[in-house]
Design a protein around this ligand. Structure first.
Ligand code: ZN
Length: 121
């Protein structure tokens, strides 16, 4: 299952960041999932609930945002939004476009918890 592998990589990335900062847990993860990333948000969400079990992120909610797909036209240079199944330039109608963003999954932010932060002497 592709999404499970994606989640395991994500959680391992999250764990590295959390450990680096000295956090004791993770309460939230926010990722931007490009429409051309090849990952379905719903499948990612359900794979995540399996993948997070027993990890530092076991209580962390996953928020998935899908950013707009942007292309740049090689013919007229226009940058515009496009749909994943229709990568053409709205300015001149050319299909000769390059994807600027929309094919990646990016870890946008994390909510970390620190046990030391709530201790009182
Ligand atoms: Zn164009």
């Amino acid at each position: 299952m592709h999404e499970l592998a994606v989640c395991q990589a994500l959680i391992s990335q999250v764990r590295d960041i959390a450990l680096e900062r000295g956090a004791t847990g993770v309460s939230g993860i926010r990722v931007a999932l490009g429409p051309l990333s090849g990952v379905e948000p719903a499948l990612l969400q359900s794979a995540y609930t399996l993948a997070r079990a027993g990890t530092l992120a076991s209580d962390a909610a996953l928020t998935i945002v899908v950013p707009p797909l942007r292309v740049r036209c090689r013919q007229c240079g226009a940058e515009s939004q496009a749909r994943p199944n229709r990568l053409l330039c709205p300015a001149c109608g050319s299909h000769d476009t390059r994807v600027l963003s929309g094919d990646e999954m990016i870890l946008e932010s994390l909510s970390l918890t620190f046990s030391g932060a709530v201790s009182h002497v």
